[in-house]
Design a protein around this ligand. Structure first.
Ligand code: NAD
Length: 479
């Protein structure tokens, strides 16, 4: 944990990012009566591994700084993404690991929280060099027993994706070929390497399900002067990476109006709406979202957050909504797709303005939920749905025949097709994700109402802490 006297940042008066999360945790403990020592244990990071290693980049030897933090061992394995960014530091990785613990508890994924990070800019080094660094980092984790199907299972995060997860798996397999469960040492892999269908879009889709659920609540919507439903709602999304891109696509398909998209180099705006796939095509062709023919450029990308809209979705980095801009935010709903995008001071300002914030520890849990499905698939060594698909189709077919004979009526071939179809892996993954996000939303909302908690973030923390406490109490504390 960083010391209280450490330098404060320009955007927050808290001493560190970890300190911000502690503040949110402490707010929640007012609604829980549990022994102080146990709460301190839940808050603390159990294990922090920082490793520097040399890599030859071109003709030079560079020292690479990297981390893996296991925040909680109340359930094993630990689980959490790995990010590649020049901003990676111990405080950031500790905080993100802590968020993972609470996130897993909220969505009933039986893992402790973890996070990893390598301090590099993947955009300025070659793919071969990223591969070298990824493989070396993995072998450092193996040396210290910080990775393994039952120990700690990484996944993608900011700056990483399927490609890096494949390299991690391959490195693990080459060192531990005898481990029959090795595929489960990392999630977010390509399908051909043991990945699960639906993982790539899972976080963005989870964000969509969570916000859609709020927008169905008549009482909540009328409290902020909005109609129920997503159709016609004006949305701004910051970050068009894995999470932001998929979230934007699902909202667009559901009839919402994407009025602005913000990236590193600037933002684009069109009051009438942006076609997400056209913007992506433009990005692929030109290397930037700027100068999209059907939109206006906004050079200062941060200003996009302050534009008129109903829903704002930060899906890039932490602390982007802070005491400097919170007052200027016009959105009525903020969906935290990124981890920690709102500082505690901004949280208070927005709460006074009546903005509904759907917190990261619930809203972006879709990724870890589907990672859990991938881990289960790898441990069971069989694709989800493989055993039951044909059986279900045969059963449905017999049922249809009985119905047709009994009712003396033929069912149309189109209807038959829908009824007969047995579940594919993608169907099972998506329905598991949808159910998780819907029930997570209502559990938090019901708790918020029953305990008269001011906001969803505190209610989500109360829910998470109660579940972790329950786990500790049932396990007992090892002497
Ligand atoms: P990503 O690397 O795929 O995408 C991030 C995007 O943000 C990139 O397109 C980048 O150019 C853009 N960006 C960077 N700085 C920006 C700025 N100042 N303004 C606007 N855009 C900027 O990362 P991701 O996996 O989509 O992760 C985004 C956030 O979501 C992170 O906070 C991450 O921790 C969180 N998250 C990701 C997952 C997951 O499954 N990938 C799961 C849970 C939470």
């Amino acid at each position: 944990m960083l010391k209280k006297h450490q330098k404060k940042t320009g955007t927050s008066s808290y001493s560190s990012f970890f300190n911000c999360i502690e503040k949110n945790f402490d707010k929640a403990t007012k609604f829980i009566s549990i022994e102080k020592g146990l709460l301190e244990q839940i808050k603390a990071c159990n294990a922090v591994y920082r490793v520097h290693f040399p890599i030859k980049l071109g003709k030079e030897i560079k020292v690479i700084e990297s981390y893996r933090v296991q925040h909680s061992h109340h359930k094993l394995p630990c689980k959490g993404g790995i990010r590649y960014s020049t901003k990676v530091n111990q405080d950031e990785i500790m905080t993100l690991a802590a968020l993972m613990t609470y996130k897993c508890a909220i969505v009933d994924v039986p893992f402790g929280g973890a996070k990893g990070g390598i301090k590099i800019d993947p955009q300025t080094i070659s793919i071969e060099e990223i591969e070298k660094i990824t493989r070396r980092y993995t072998s450092e984790l193996i040396k210290k027993n910080f990775i393994g199907p039952g120990i700690d299972v990484p996944a993608p995060d900011y700056g990483t994706g399927e490609r890096e997860m494949s390299w991690i798996l391959d490195t693990f397999l080459s060192i531990k070929p005898e481990d029959v469960d090795a595929l489960a040492c990392v999630t977010g892999k390509p399908i051909s390497q043991g990945g699960v269908r639906g993982r790539k879009e899972a976080t963005g889709l989870g964000v969509f399900y969570g916000i859609r659920e709020l927008c169905k609540m008549k009482k909540d919507m009328s409290s902020i002067g909005l109609n129920v439903g997503l159709v016609g709602k004006k949305i701004i999304i910051q970050g068009l990476g894995n999470v932001g891109y998929y979230a934007a696509s699902f909202f667009y398909q559901a009839g919402a109006i994407i009025v602005a998209l913000a990236e590193r180099e600037g933002a684009i705006y069109n009051e009438k709406g942006l076609d997400v796939s056209e913007v992506i095509l433009h990005l692929k062709n030109t290397g930037s979202i700027l100068n999209f023919p059907k939109a206006k450029n906004i050079e200062n990308t941060e200003k996009a957050l302050e534009l008129e809209c109903d829903i704002l979705i930060p899906a890039a980095l932490e602390n982007v909504i802070n005491k400097n801009n919170a007052d200027k935010i016009k959105a009525k709903i903020i969906g935290e797709a990124a981890n920690g995008p709102i500082t505690p001071e901004a949280d208070e300002i927005l709460e006074k303005k009546g903005v509904i914030i759907i917190p990261d520890i619930y809203l972006n849990a879709g990724g870890v939920t589907v990672s859990y499905f991938e881990w289960l698939k790898n441990l069971s060594h069989v694709r989800h749905g493989r055993m039951e698909k044909r059986f279900n189709e045969n059963m449905n077919s017999e049922l249809l025949q009985v119905m047709e004979t009994t009712c003396k009526k033929k069912i149309s071939p189109d209807d038959k097709k829908i009824i007969l179809r047995g579940p594919r892996e993608i169907d099972l993954v998506r329905s598991g994700l949808e159910d998780t996000m819907i029930s997570g939303f209502h559990t938090i909302r019901d708790l918020k109402i029953s305990l008269k908690i001011q906001n969803m973030r505190t209610a989500a923390f109360v829910l998470a802490i109660n579940k972790i406490v329950d786990s500790y109490e049932k396990l007992g504390i090892f002497p």
